[in-house]
Design a protein around this ligand. Sequence first.
Ligand code: 13P
Length: 255
Amino acid sequence: MRQKFVAGNWKMHGSKASVEALMAGLIKQADQAGAAKIAVCPPSLYIDQVVTALRNAGCENIAVGAQNMTTEPDSGAFTGEVSARMLKDVGCEFVILGHSERRAMFAETNEVVAEKVKTALENDLTPILCIGETLAEREAGKLEAVISEQVEAVLSVVGIDAFAKIVIAYEPVWAIGTGKTASADQAQEVHAFIRGQLAKSNPQVAEKVVIQYGGSMKPVNAQELMAQPDIDGGLIGGASLKAEDFIAICQAAGA
Ligand code: 13P
């Protein structure tokens, strides 16, 4: 039985003051969050503040992740970049990789994403590997081809066994920040396809992989989505910026 996993992707939102308020809200309600694994992924600048707030409060059931990192693992002349080692150093357990916003706006290819996944694994960070199709791709009947390519690119670099330590987030691009959620059936169909894709290499590993859904997941639709057999949690954008909404989604994961 896979443990449900709900992670908040705060994207480029927040200030020292708003992070303090959001963390106070999350910490206050953390013991009502249920049995799901929980993580928050703040902008890099605020990771230390979040880790410190959790530590000071003795809150152990919220893990921390980053939203991106470079392929270079340690340190060096890479102005503006953040490495896997630095993320570990400040207390991250997870790192979101290959988010569609990075693929679309920062030209991250499948190959770059695969390289980042490898670097994360080598540095003991759990990648949350984001995949998903655009509306144009879905309408052109290319959904399965796009998803297969995104999975295959990583599989060919790290191998199937590594997937036991990778979280996948299926995020249809057309559902992100649009209020248009994939229906539970639509999402389940793609999640099953992803698991089936991995099962071709190793059914035991495929059975273990946690596959989150992301794209306008809210308290109102979270329970139905996460009740699907292959939907193992959520990667939450907008709704993760409100403590009550995020905790309500975590509760729905256990329902
Ligand atoms: P929204 O929940 O705001 O649609 O964002 C989803 C997402 O991109 C999470 O990574």
